[in-house]
Design a protein around this ligand. Structure first.
Ligand SMILES: Cc1ncc(COP(=O)(O)O)c(C=O)c1O
Length: 380
């Protein structure tokens, strides 16, 4: 293997609901969700049976034939997301969704300038890595000279660039995930909406991590009461099946060949995506994410060592005044709870399945309190 991933000495061999199991049958509470991917829970019976049924009928054919599952998926996604009139384009990953969103903004406006934000992460492909604020993952072939980065909340800076008339898009995460759960204010998102309208710029909301119900609303930007022009999604969309997509304001005109993909929108992917949304509706998972998120926020902020809990729903960042690396290890190997981290060394990231119940909340809080009794973590 090309050795690019630092890995934990953990080999899950099966998974069910909110838990992972290793070879020796040890059970781990999954508050990482395979990096915010597991939305309806591992091995959900409806998800398995819908995919199984699809596989036995037709698993794949290219986008050159009629596939009614795509229309069914687009209609249900429109209803559940609150964007019923938007157009859907299906891909296979988050980076691909953003790459196509940026291209579409550039095709439509004929311009190439892009506004992005400090600490943003949008992917590793050509256009997406250029708008990602991490020069270490940008190669010489990924120019970013047409991208301007601003701090979250800097409306003045954004307006200065937009007023030059060379910008095609503003791209922003609904909540910055990899940066350590940074929530843009409602005022800021409303301000961006207004500036994009004023200067004819496409507002792209990257909801790849913060979307699909994770924050207690279908998309995080819906807390600000705004609508975006293009919204990108992936991760929770397929509950582990590689599935991404963008929804596009009806004013954007499609033409044959403008965008395209071999695998995007195939029969199996649509079946996985439909199963996820059906479970969302049946089990009221978005409401559950909101309720459990509030409960967790309250309980975690009562712990002395916790300095701040930020985020919405089940996309939470817990801030300590020390580096959480060994705390995370201790939680995994002693308390058997898998957490996420971020580029902020003091933030523990919580991204569990949206189906967690009271017992998982209790287990998490008790496990964290137990781990924190270990004085060695409190060294600054
Ligand atoms: C906000 C955001 N955008 C884009 C991506 C890229 O998604 P993918 O890894 O599926 O290409 C990620 C992945 O972590 C993400 O968190």
């Amino acid at each position: 293997m090309f050795d690019v991933y630092p890995i934990y000495d953990l080999q899950p061999v099966s998974a069910l609901g909110c838990y992972l199991y290793d070879q020796s049958g040890e059970k781990y509470l999954d508050f990482y969700g395979g990096h915010a991917v597991i939305s309806i829970g591992h091995s959900h019976p409806h998800y398995i049976s819908r995919i199984e049924r699809q596989l036995k009928t037709i698993g794949f054919y290219s986008n050159s034939i009629v596939n009614p599952l795509q229309e069914e998926f687009a209609a249900l996604l429109g209803t559940v997301s609150g964007y019923p009139d938007y157009q859907l384009f299906l891909v296979n990953s988050g980076a691909e969704a953003n790459e196509n969103a940026l291209k579409l903004a550039s095709f439509t406006t004929g311009k190439k300038g892009i506004v992005s934000f400090n600490k943003a992460f949008h992917g590793r492909t050509s256009a997406t890595v250029a708008v990602t604020d991490n020069p270490k993952i940008r190669a010489a072939i990924n120019p970013s000279d047409h991208v301007s980065f601003f701090s979250l909340e800097d409306l003045k800076g954004v307006e200065n660039v937009l007023s030059n008339g060379e910008t095609c898009a503003v791209i922003i995460e609904g909540i910055q995930g990899i940066a350590g759960i940074n929530v843009p204010s409602d005022h800021f998102l409303k301000g961006l909406r207004k500036l994009c309208d004023q200067y004819g710029v496409v507002l792209i909301l990257d909801e790849i991590q913060s979307g699909y119900g994770r924050t207690g609303k279908f998309f995080a930007h819906q807390y600000a009461g705004i609508q975006a022009d293009i919204i990108t999604m992936a991760k929770g969309m397929g509950n582990g099946f590689p599935l991404g997509g963008l929804i596009i304001n009806p004013s954007f005109e499609a033409s044959h060949g403008l965008l395209g993909t071999t695998f995007g929108g195939n029969h199996l992917a649509c079946a996985a995506g439909l199963a996820v949304l059906e479970v969302f509706q049946k089990e009221r998972l978005i409401e559950n994410a909101q309720a459990k998120g509030q409960q967790l926020k309250q309980l975690l902020s009562e712990i002395d060592a916790v300095k701040e809990v930020r985020g919405h729903g089940l996309m939470l960042g817990v801030r300590f005044d020390f580096n959480i690396r060994s705390l995370r290890q201790h939680l995994l190997f002693e308390e058997k709870i898998f957490f996420g981290s971020s580029s902020d060394p003091n933030i523990l990231r919580l991204l569990p399945p949206l189906s967690i119940g009271d017992s998982q909340v209790d287990q998490l809080v008790a496990g964290l309190i137990n781990s924190l009794k270990n004085e060695e973590f409190l060294i600054h």
